[in-house]
Design a binder for this molecule. Structure first.
Ligand code: NDP
Length: 258
């Protein structure tokens, strides 16, 4: 039995699909033959990145500028992608931000920006996709939230109250949506990465980075974005993950094993 991912003729939306983990997911979908609607926030090179993916893998891949925290814009963007590509088969709600600050210094603005992107954002994307699927009576849609192992654990040296709690909220939303939409044949899961080598981690103090690798990760290294992308594809693919819904899937090098 062939067990390769085959997304030919399918279309997936990846928020934050222009860099980091999201870019690896966009590329992996395209490599499996799927079309990709890349949602980005402000990166000027996102349309070129999407065009590069389209050319390299001979699929349709275009970028849409959209703040995932704006529900009307999310709905409009999803509708445009659906019309342009003919359908949407799945969504990876990957866009996320963090504010790293001591709790004593955190402000309401910090809360609003992190929660708008990390909690309301994936919810708005899931809602927009589910509305399309219900309206079109499409069966088998899959939504993957990119949460974090921070949904379950905190870090003594990296202070990010709103980030950790926002990921716990995102993982909780996944469970509720999975239950509410199971009878519509819509699956909702969370991918929970451990430490990944991306822009988010490249700005960290090198001493802190080696402490994390040596002390916190049994595999002794950070993950490459592609190692996260494979789990996202598994959760999107109805052939392999048809019985998976409402769960968190940790890809963390064993970081939570102790
Ligand atoms: P990056 O910082 O590399 O990229 C973030 C992406 O999100 C960018 O594409 C950015 O778009 C997009 N984005 C940010 N805000 C918005 C918004 N309001 N609307 C739409 N798009 C937005 O992130 P990573 O690749 O490191 O992380 C991706 C996800 O994985 C996040 O949810 C993060 O929390 C999670 N994660 C990351 C870990 C890591 O170690 N890196 C560990 C665990 C979880 P633009 O480029 O236009 O600004």
């Amino acid at each position: 039995m062939p067990i390769n991912f085959d997304f030919s003729g399918k279309t997936y939306i990846v928020t934050g699909g222009n860099r980091g983990i999201g870019l690896a997911i966009s590329e992996a979908i395209a490599e499996a033959g799927g079309n990709v609607g890349v949602i980005y926030h402000s990166a000027k090179d996102a349309p070129d990145i999407a065009a590069g993916i389209a050319k390299k893998y001979n699929v349709k891949c275009e970028a849409w500028k959209c703040d995932v925290g704006d529900p009307e814009l999310v709905k409009k963007t999803f509708k445009e992608i659906d019309e342009k590509f003919g359908q949407v088969d799945g969504v990876v709600a990957n866009a996320g931000i963090s504010v790293v600050k001591d709790a004593i210094d955190l402000t309401k603005e910090d809360f609003n920006s992190v929660y708008s992107t990390n909690v309301f954002g994936p919810f708005a994307c899931a809602q927009a996709a589910a509305s399309l699927w219900i309206e079109k009576q499409y069966k088998g849609g899959s939504v993957v939230f990119v949460s974090s192992m921070s949904s379950q654990i905190v870090n003594k040296k990296i202070h990010q109250v709103w980030y950790n709690s926002s990921k716990a909220a995102a993982s909780s939303i996944v469970k509720q949506l999975a239950v509410e939409w199971a009878d519509k044949d819509i699956r909702v899961n969370a991918l929970c990465p451990g430490y990944v080598e991306t822009d988010q981690t490249s700005h960290m103090d090198p001493k802190l980075l080696s402490w994390q690798k040596d002390e916190l990760v049994p595999l002794g290294r950070f993950s490459q974005p592609k190692e996260q992308a494979y789990m996202a594809l598994f959760l999107l693919d109805n052939k392999f993950s048809s019985y998976c819904t409402g769960q968190e899937y940790f890809v963390d090098g064993g970081a939570q094993a102790w």
